[in-house]
Design a protein around this ligand. Structure first.
Ligand SMILES: [Fe+2]
Length: 297
């Protein structure tokens, strides 16, 4: 790869945001827009991303059709189907496709870039050192007019538009019961793709330099403009969101035995026991290391 040369980002101030407003949004589990200076970053040109796609392990590159409906409730996209995904990226105008690069932090220059951004966020949102954990970076590249179906992610997410333009619509579930059902479907293999279109809350015009922080479990979908678009999403868990997802995973296992456990948030003591059990039993693959089953969009 060539992009590592001269691309030091350690300690750089790459994001611009109102710290008090971000802290308040984070506490309120609300989305908030930010600005960034990554559009001219040499690591994030289409050619650099094409090189990165060829460098990453094949199972870290998802290629899917760009022509999708907003609702695809069953399962996530295929993975590792392109022998030379970089070539797809280099010719996206004619080879219509929708690609996600997973775990870009495997490449040291991208890890540095990710950390430079998330260190800025951590300085504002962390309750205590180490509260931000399991940092993971993703790149999304897609053909003109691509659609990313409605879904939610279980991580905190920072969506950063690098080139091209698209509309990011953020919604909310119609009722608490719908949200609960969707959280349970996630652990049954839905990958967060929802059954019904959520209620629209706001649509962000994602142009280069624009970013959005999204809390966990916040449904959203994306419609590209008539140009190739490239974006980077950086994700993390907090101690609280990690515990909640351990509880969800624990509960999903109980439901297989026709037990109907309490969802997270009802009793901190019970939640801690469940989360500890999951850690102790070593059943946390979904939350640790690579996103082998949790597919971010
Ligand atoms: Fe997403």
């Amino acid at each position: 790869m060539t992009q590592a040369a001269g691309s030091t980002t350690r300690g750089a101030r790459l994001l611009e945001f109102d710290a008090a407003a971000l802290a308040a949004a984070y506490r309120a589990h609300a989305p908030i827009a930010v600005e960034h200076g990554l559009a001219d970053q040499p690591l994030l040109t289409l050619e650099a991303i094409a090189d990165l796609a060829d460098w990453l392990p094949r199972d870290c590159v998802i290629c899917d059709t760009p022509d999708q409906p907003l609702l695809v409730p069953e399962g996530g996209p295929p993975r590792g189907s392109e022998p030379r995904p970089g070539d797809v990226i280099r010719h996206l105008e004619v080879r219509r496709s929708w690609l996600t690069l997973l775990n870009i932090e495997q490449q040291p220059a991208y890890r540095e870039l990710m950390d430079a951004c998330l260190d800025q966020i951590a300085a504002v949102v962390e309750h205590r050192p180490g509260d931000m954990r399991r940092r993971v970076g993703f790149i999304f590249v897609s053909s003109p007019l691509s659609v990313t179906p409605a879904h939610f992610d279980i991580e905190h997410s920072l969506l950063l538009q690098i080139s091209g333009q698209k509309e990011l619509t953020v919604g909310h579930f119609a009722t608490a019961a719908v949200e609960r059902r969707e959280c349970e479907r996630y652990w049954e293999g839905s990958h967060g793709r929802v059954e019904d279109l959520p209620l629209v809350e706001v649509t962000h015009d994602m142009v280069p330099g624009r970013g959005v922080y999204l809390p966990p479990i916040r449904p959203h979908w994306v419609i590209n403009s008539d140009a190739v678009t490239l974006s980077m999403t950086l994700t993390f868990f907090s101690a609280d969101s990690e515990r909640d997802q351990f509880v969800e995973a624990f509960n999903a296992r109980l439901r297989r035995f026709r037990v109907h456990p309490r969802p997270p948030g009802r009793s901190l003591a019970v939640d801690e026991v469940k989360a500890t059990a999951m850690r102790t039993w070593g059943l946390r693959r979904r939350l640790t290391g690579r996103h082998e089953e949790s597919t971010h969009y």
